[in-house]
Ligand binder design. Structure first.
Ligand code: HEM
Length: 454
């Protein structure tokens, strides 16, 4: 995560003059995707591992072999855009270090890039990994945004949410019982369950109408693609259309909650006192991130979990017999096939990292999915073992100040979601080839055919 960054929190909201809109779209695409694509493509042709990871569909589908190739070269190795690490120790140090940040100093960029960033800047087209999204801003702005939202995700607040998650899982599974494919036929578990549970839960938490969930899912899927560098132009245009629809929805939602606030997090954010109030742009960035991160990641935890458990059926049977094991199982799923595979940081100052001098401004790609299979930390890391004692040492939720704010909620959805599914459909089996999402940063399935009754 965190591919497009800035050290400052962007200019005030501005609407593009309609006549300039296509030109602005091209400018945005060119700096965020067109240019990185050229670098990555060139790197991939020369055999560069990061280039291959990001451009080669087969590597992307099965990146673990490449991670091991990279690991053999050392804890940190050079890639097409800066350095790359597969090491758990290095990733932990880097993510927690205040010598590295998510922002970068735009004033150091070439003039043309600065011009394109400024010209293409538009609130209504901004993605979840663009400033001032807290994911890509450094303190002090990060501290301010994080403080405002973290109150809604304390362990106590998360535990209080358990009945909502349970009720939601139950009602989705009731509907699944009535599905035409439920009796002997095939059902796609992603669209009927794994995608639905997180979106309904986050919609409840943010006070957004659940009737719009199919819109959110559509917009979210397109927006998730913008996390990946090097998107082709047509895909970027489709993603931008979805982002615009999402911003338009949020604008109306904020107006509604200002008139008629509820008890939810967004009502609190729109009603902050003047000295704490977020600007319109900050409000959009914060809520869009919560909404997107709230369901685009957890769907992968649930889908990856079902595929792994189906492939290790004896472990699934053991969990049915001893449901107390679900907490550990969810950690192992997060470790073994991490829903967020990639993040990165930029050195704010020059200094050492894993015995190598790293210059200020150097980008370090952190392969979370590789760190989670580091043999220095995890015995036989490629083995899936729901009883692994240190599975929770994974970095699937990152570390340091950007550690996932929704980690507790995601764990709760993972445990309740998978346990309830297993109880209701003990004979569930994967019945066809699951189809991977065409994404690099996020790892999961877009279709997962199952039979519910064996
Ligand atoms: C299995 C599910 C999830 C996974 C694997 C996951 C993973 C992550 C990771 C790796 C980061 C940090 C990226 C970095 O350090 O650059 C992150 C940040 C974040 N996540 Fe999650 N996440 C999940 C679910 C959720 C949920 C349910 C929410 C709900 C609200 C959420 C909200 C956020 C937010 C707001 C941030 C930004 C935090 C910050 O920058 O301070 N995530 N997540």
């Amino acid at each position: 995560m965190g591919t497009e960054t800035s050290s400052t929190v962007g200019p005030p909201a501005r609407k593009a003059a309609p006549v300039l809109r296509p030109a602005r779209t091209v400018a945005r695409w060119a700096v965020r995707h067109g240019l990185p694509a050229v670098y990555l493509e060139r790197g991939a042709r020369r055999g560069d591992p990061v280039g291959r990871l990001l451009r080669d569909r087969s590597v992307r589908d099965q990146p673990y072999g490449l991670y091991e190739e990279l690991r053999a070269r050392g804890a940190v190795s050079p890639g097409s855009i800066g350095l790359v690490t597969t090491s758990h120790a290095v990733a932990s140090e880097l993510l927690r270090s205040d010598r590295f940040g998510v922002g970068w100093d735009r004033s150091q960029a070439p003039r043309l890039i600065r011009w394109a960033l400024a010209f293409g800047d538009e609130l209504d087209a901004a993605g979840v990994a663009e400033p001032p999204s807290m994911l890509v801003v450094d303190p002090p702005d990060h501290t301010r945004f994080r403080r405002l939202v973290s109150r809604a995700f304390t362990p106590r607040a998360t535990a209080a949410f358990e009945p909502v998650v349970q009720r939601t899982a139950d009602s989705l599974l009731d509907a699944l019982e009535r599905h035409p494919g439920a009796h002997g036929g095939e059902v796609d578990l992603i669209t009927t369950y794994a995608a639905q549970l997180p979106v309904l839960v986050i919609a409840d938490l943010l006070g957004v109408p659940t009737e719009r969930r199919e819109d959110f899912l559509r917009w979210g899927a397109a927006a998730a693609a913008t996390l990946d560098p090097g998107l082709p132009f047509r895909r970027y245009v489709a993603a931008e259309r979805a982002l615009r629809a999402m911003h338009a929805f949020l604008r109306e939602h904020f107006a509604r909650l200002r008139r008629d606030p509820g008890e939810d997090l967004v009502s609190r954010l729109v009603g902050l006192p003047d000295d704490e109030a977020l600007t319109e742009r900050e409000l959009h960035a914060t809520v869009m991130l919560l909404l997107g991160a709230g369901f685009e990641t957890t769907v992968n935890l649930l889908g990856n979990g079902v595929v792994l458990l189906d492939a290790h059926h004896e472990q699934w049977d053991a969990l049915r017999a001893v449901p107390a094991g679900w907490d550990g199982a969810v950690e192992e799923i997060l470790r073994h096939d991490s829903p967020v595979q990639i993040t990165g940081r930029t050195a704010k100052e020059s200094g050492p990292l894993a015995g190598r001098e790293v210059r200020a401004g150097t980008r370090v790609t952190v392969l979370l999915g590789a760190a989670n299979r580091d043999p220095e930390v995890f015995d036989a890391p490629a083995r899936f073992d729901v009883g692994r004692v240190n599975a929770r040492d994974h970095l699937a939720f990152s570390a340091g100040i950007h550690y996932c704010v929704g980690a507790g909620l995601a764990r709760l959805e993972g445990v309740v979601g998978l346990r309830t599914l297993s109880e209701r459909f003990p004979a569930l089996r994967v019945s066809g080839r699951p189809i991977r999402r065409d994404l690099q940063t996020l790892r999961g399935f877009e279709a997962l055919p199952v039979t519910l009754r064996g």
